[in-house]
Ligand binder design. Structure first.
Ligand code: NAG
Ligand code: NAG
Length: 271
């Protein structure tokens, strides 16, 4: 198996306060060992003091320290899709009071692997046509969308107080500059990554990523994907924290509208 995450995450991870309540943990991650997509986990402190982590990454001593400095009460661990789940068990073991949020099918997928089989069921499983209520404190601050039309079954969250969308494989913002900033070559674009870059960047017009979303990401069910893209476009947000590529600090809504334009306008004549 090619190496996806680095073996020395402590050395390469950038831990950053995006807002006083939001910490990102960014590190190198190479899809299939070749494409420099970058990886990112996001920790949010709710006004109740509870912590929620989205797409958790390696629980390094530095990350643990940061969690402790925020009060240490990790109550929610969200696997953002069928792919972004490798570190949830480590976090659950460290913070046993936490509830796991995941899309349907993830537990069953993990149960087929030697590493994760026989784990206790997840607390909250997002299913098609069922409400996504988590808890009073969580729902008071977060909106969620279960993108059933995406083959990886994405969970997209809006943190309302900071107008921040947190997502995994719906929208990419390569090159992954921050995520590769502590590597020896600090280069997020090797030659194989360069080949796929047009599909995974957001510079306007993002024709390459529009095509990628239209032909690849939504092929499971384009009408459901469209409905999700529209619901998210209806949210009030300015920042997007993707798992892959740099954080979009502002104007995230315009970026979303540009990348998802063909879905939002029911206009596929350009594809
Ligand atoms: C989990 O996997 C085991 C085999 O390792 C199997 O016996 C069991 O039925 C599986 N559980 C579910 C709910 O699929
Ligand atoms: C896509 O989703 C819609 C709405 O849930 C459903 O009616 C339709 O059958 C689905 N199409 C495919 C190809 O699965």
């Amino acid at each position: 198996m090619p190496q996806l995450f680095p073996s020395n995450p402590s050395d390469l991870m950038v831990i950053r306060a995006v807002t006083p309540a939001i910490i990102t943990m960014s590190l190198p991650f190479a899809r299939f060992g070749v494409w420099r997509f970058g990886g990112r986990g996001t920790l949010v402190k709710l006004s109740t003091g509870a912590l929620a982590v989205f797409s958790p990454v390696s629980l390094t001593p530095e990350v643990r320290e940061r969690v402790e400095s925020l009060g240490g009460n990790v109550k929610y661990i969200a696997a953002l899709d069928l792919e972004h789940h490798l570190h949830i068990s480590t976090w659950k073991k460290a913070y046993p009071q936490a509830e796991i949020l995941a899309p349907e099918g993830l537990w069953e997928k993990r149960n087929k692997t030697a590493e994760f089989k026989g784990e206790e069921p997840f607390s909250h499983v997002f299913r098609k046509d069922s409400p996504n209520a988590i808890s009073e404190e969580f729902d008071a601050e977060f909106e969620s969308e279960y993108v059933h039309g995406h083959a990886s079954r994405e969970l997209v969250f809006l943190h309302r107080p900071s107008r921040t969308v947190i997502e995994a494989d719906m929208l990419f913002n390569l090159p992954a500059t921050e995520q590769y900033s502590k590597t020896p070559d600090a280069n997020p674009v090797n030659c194989l990554t360069n080949l796929v870059l047009p599909m995974l960047r957001t510079s306007v017009p993002s024709t390459g990523q529009r095509r990628f979303a239209w032909h690849i990401l939504s092929q499971q069910n384009r009408s459901e994907f469209t409905a999700s893209a529209k619901r998210i476009a209806g949210w009030d947000f300015d920042r997007i924290i993707p798992c892959h590529g740099d954080v979009i600090e502002t104007n995230g809504k315009a970026v979303w509208q540009d990348v998802m334009a063909w879905f939002l306008k029911d206009d596929s004549k350009h594809v």
